[in-house]
Design a protein around this ligand. Structure first.
Ligand code: 13P
Length: 238
């Protein structure tokens, strides 16, 4: 099975137009591809009404269950928003920038698990860590602090911060090296096989090369997912 996830971030999407452009380009989705979109909180409900077959993921969740936390949304509230919402991102670098530590990422995942929402765990280093040769230590630290107490995400997405939003994805060697670090970690901890994804400037022009890695099960796409037609072109090349 392959997985293709659109992270729309805070971009405004006309869902009807997006769907029309997507459907016009990709008439039939192959049976072995699961397509998931991550709209903003408000659009989760709109997407459910306009696209009843779409599987969705939320982009973030609160660590709290209920109460005076202005602007936040709980896992329980997410679980009640739409039956089509199956997943939620945790640990995305753009959310880590706002202050989410590894322990907060883990707590968010625990809250999601309690509400039957699967986590998509994002990990990835910035350029200075890569240049200092500290990627392995950094990734293992992100993973180690997450995989305690039996917690298990549905996917792990390797998203190098230095490739996100630049238009230039990580090269194959960098992707393979990072995926190997993650796979060896999972094997050593005797954890079940978790599909590994890549995110960072994926487009229809580079997706074939990226997906040629045998340990990769899919992609998490930002900018190139905003246009339904371009996103469908990526899906066609899966
Ligand atoms: P881009 O595809 O825009 O680089 O974004 C990647 C990303 O952050 C997906 O979560």
């Amino acid at each position: 099975m392959k997985y293709l996830i659109a992270n729309w971030k805070m971009n405004s999407i006309d869902i009807e137009e997006w769907q029309n452009r997507f459907n016009k380009t990709l008439k039939l989705i192959k049976k072995d591809i699961e397509i998931i979109v991550c709209p903003n909180y408000l659009d989760i409900i709109k997407c459910s009404q306009q696209a009843p077959n779409l599987i969705m993921a939320a982009q973030d969740v609160s660590i709290h269950d209920d109460g005076p936390f202005t602007g936040q949304i709980s896992a329980y509230q997410l679980s009640r928003s739409s039956e089509q919402l199956k997943y939620c991102l945790v640990g995305h670098s753009e959310v880590r920038f706002k202050g989410d530590s590894n322990s907060i990422v883990k707590k968010k995942s625990q809250k999601l698990e309690g509400c039957n929402i699967n986590s998509i765990l994002c990990v990835g280093e910035d350029e200075s860590i890569l240049n200092k040769g500290e990627r392995e230590k950094f990734l293992l630290n992100q993973l180690d602090s997450y995989f305690q107490d039996g917690l298990c995400p549905k996917f792990i997405a390797y998203e190098p911060i230095w490739a996100i939003g630049t238009g230039i994805p990580a090269d194959k060697k960098n992707i393979d090296d990072a995926l190997k670090i993650i796979s060896i970690f999972l094997k050593e901890k005797k954890l079940k096989k978790i599909p590994l994804l890549y995110g960072g400037s994926v487009s229809s022009k580079n997706v074939e090369e990226i997906m040629s890695s045998d340990i990769l099960s899919g992609c998490l796409v930002g900018n190139a997912s905003l246009d339904g037609e371009e996103f469908a072109r990526i899906a066609k090349k899966f």
